[in-house]
Design a binder for this molecule. Structure first.
Ligand code: 9UX
Length: 72
């Protein structure tokens, strides 16, 4: 199965920031696709809900040093 999450990511100011967020999410098990939009301040993630929870994605954003919250 594939689940999709949209996460609000605040605090990104450059392309290296969005790259860091992307890398942080991508390295979680079960994550299939990540795209982070710097200007829109969102991350869209496709992931296996049996392996990873949406909360884990938010935690990865937080651990990377940004302010993450689940939108949907
Ligand atoms: Mo460069 Mo983006 O330090 O915070 S990665 S501005």
């Amino acid at each position: 199965a594939v689940a999709h999450a949209v996460i609000s990511v605040k605090g990104m100011t450059c392309a290296a920031c969005s790259g860091a967020v992307e890398a942080a999410i991508q390295r979680l098990d079960g994550v299939q696709k990540v795209s982070v939009a710097l200007l829109q301040e969102v991350a869209k993630v496709s992931f296996d809900p049996n392996t990873t929870r949406a909360d884990d994605l938010v935690t990865a954003v937080e651990d990377a040093g940004f302010d993450g919250s689940l939108i949907s």
